[in-house]
Design a protein around this ligand. Structure first.
Ligand SMILES: [Mg+2]
Length: 304
C-alpha cells in the first residue's frame, strides 16, 4: 500500500507486530543511511573524486607478448563506470599503430586517439616549430615522425633506440646539440622490464650522457613531464586534480603524476615493480596494489 511518500508493507499474520516495527525502524535507518551516503558521495565528489583515468600500458595492461591478468575486464569496468580513459605510454620502441593493435589483440578496449605517446607529442611540437627531427630512435618508431617537417633547422630527438644506440649515432646527436639544436627526449626512464624477464637500460641513461657532454638539458615529452599529463587531462576535459594515474613505474608514473598535479596515483606490483618501490620516490603512491584489477576496484568503489 502506498502512503504519503513512503511504503507500508502488508505482512503475513504470523509475523509479529514487534518484528514489523523493528524492520520498519531498520528500513528508516537504512534510508537515512542512504541519505548520509549520498551526502558523503557528494562531498567526496566536490573534493575531487576521480573523473578520469590515466593508464600506463607496459607492465600494467600487458607485459611483452601477453596481457596481464584482468586487464581487458578492468578497462571494460572503467568504461561501464562512465570514466574517460587515456593510455599514456613512455614506450618508444614501437609506433602507436602497433601499440593500438596489440591492445586490441588482447581484447582491451582502446581507441587510437586515447593513446598518448611521447613521439606524437614531440612530432606535434616539431610541426608547430617548423623543425626537422634528427632522430636517435629505434627504426620501428620512425613512422610516427612521418608528418614532421623535412627541411629547415634541426632538432635532436632521443628515444629508446635499444640496440641501435652506438657511438657514431650518439656522437652525431651530440654534435647537433652542441651546435645549438633543440634537444628533445621522448622518455628519461632509468630501466624497463625486458622480454627476457630482466631489467634493461632505458632511454634515460643515453639522454643523461648527451646532457652531460653537451651541458644542455633535454626537453622531456613523455612521463613525468607535466605537459604530457596536462595534455591528457585537457583531451578529457578534466582537471588534473580529478584524475587517477595507474602505473608500474613509481618514479615516472606515480611520483611524476602527483608532482604534475594528478589527484591520485596508484602503483601496481606488476611489470617493472621492485620490492620497496612504494617508498623509494616522493611523492609516495596514494595506494600500492597487486595489479590493474585491484587498482580499478579501488577506483570504482570510490576510494580513489
Ligand atoms: Mg610501465
Amino acid at each position: 500500500m502506498e502512503g504519503r511518500g513512503f511504503t507500508i508493507k502488508l505482512y503475513p499474520l504470523k509475523v509479529s507486530p514487534t518484528y514489523v516495527m523493528a524492520e520498519s525502524a531498520s528500513r528508516a535507518n537504512y534510508h537515512l543511511g542512504n541519505l548520509a551516503l549520498m551526502a558523503t558521495d557528494f562531498a567526496v565528489c566536490e573534493a575531487g573524486v576521480t573523473r578520469g583515468i590515466l593508464l600506463d600500458i607496459a607492465g600494467v595492461l600487458y607485459q611483452g607478448s601477453a596481457p596481464l591478468p584482468g586487464a581487458a575486464q578492468a578497462v571494460s569496468t572503467l568504461r561501464d563506470a562512465g570514466l574517460p580513459v587515456r593510455f599514456l605510454t613512455n614506450s618508444t620502441r614501437r609506433p602507436k599503430r602497433v601499440i593500438h593493435q596489440k591492445l586490441k589483440g588482447f581484447g582491451i578496449d582502446a581507441e587510437a586517439d586515447e593513446i598518448l605517446t611521447p613521439a606524437a607529442a614531440a612530432c606535434a611540437w616539431l610541426r608547430a616549430n617548423g623543425l626537422v627531427p634528427h632522430l636517435l630512435i629505434h627504426p620501428d618508431l620512425e613512422e610516427d615522425f612521418a608528418t614532421c617537417p623535412e627541411s629547415g633547422s634541426v632538432a635532436v630527438v632521443v628515444g629508446d633506440a635499444g640496440p641501435y644506440f652506438n657511438y657514431e649515432r650518439l656522437n652525431a646527436a651530440f654534435r647537433q646539440i652542441d651546435k645549438g639544436a633543440p634537444f628533445l627526449a621522448l622518455a628519461s626512464n632509468r630501466k624497463f622490464l625486458d622480454a627476457d624477464g630482466e631489467l634493461s637500460l632505458d632511454a634515460g641513461a643515453f639522454v643523461r650522457a648527451l646532457e652531460y657532454s653537451s651541458g644542455k638539458n633535454a626537453e622531456l615529452f613523455g612521463k613525468p613531464s607535466p605537459t604530457f599529463f596536462g595534455s591528457a587531462a585537457q583531451s578529457m576535459g578534466q582537471a588534473l586534480a580529478d584524475l587517477t594515474m595507474i602505473g608500474d613505474d613509481a618514479e615516472s608514473d606515480v611520483a611524476g603524476a602527483l608532482k604534475a598535479g594528478v589527484g591520485n596515483a596508484i602503483l601496481v606490483r606488476s611489470g617493472k615493480y621492485q620490492a620497496g618501490d612504494e617508498i623509494r620516490y616522493d611523492p609516495k603512491p596514494s595506494e600500492t596494489v597487486e595489479g590493474i584489477s585491484e587498482a580499478v576496484e579501488l577506483v570504482v568503489s570510490g576510494q580513489h
